[in-house]
Design a protein. Sequence first.
Length: 192
Amino acid sequence: MTAENDAVLTVAGLMTLAARTAPKGKGIDTIVIKVLSGKDVKKLASHLRALGKKREIGFFQRDAGNIEQSDAVVLIGAKGDKTVGLNCGACGFGTCAEMSDKFRMNDEVTTDFAGPNCAVRMADLGIAVGSAVKTAQIHNVDNRVMFSGGVAALDLGYLKEGCTVAYAIPLSATGKNIFFDRESRPGPEKKK
């Protein structure tokens, strides 16, 4: 372990603090956070690579390479089924009760994320992720927000606790930002 690795883990902890204290709709916290390091980072990268191959999604495989090179990964998700009770309709339903009636967890459907999700909870998730990456930037830790890593983390069960949507934020401290000038890896051409 180098001084840089230790510093990255310290910043990962500060990122969790930033995400936890970020503003939440009606002051109700539905954010789920976990920090991965060591073998768990490699496991996430390996699983994401396998998902990319299975689904023929090139950017999943590219992102797996970035995660594999990372010192740590901060996972941030939300319990999107926890409605705010405003009946705002932003989720596509007339009332929060209607949305709740239609809700299905990941094991009941074939999508990456469970849903439908409360739009306010998804905004909370975005604010928490933004607060976390701002903290990484302030401390000069290279990072990237990844949908793909969130999919793999949920599939591995890293964010249980009723988490419906998640993002991964891999972290790196090297002489060159590993998340910049990344190779574009589209999936294989589909036969017509």
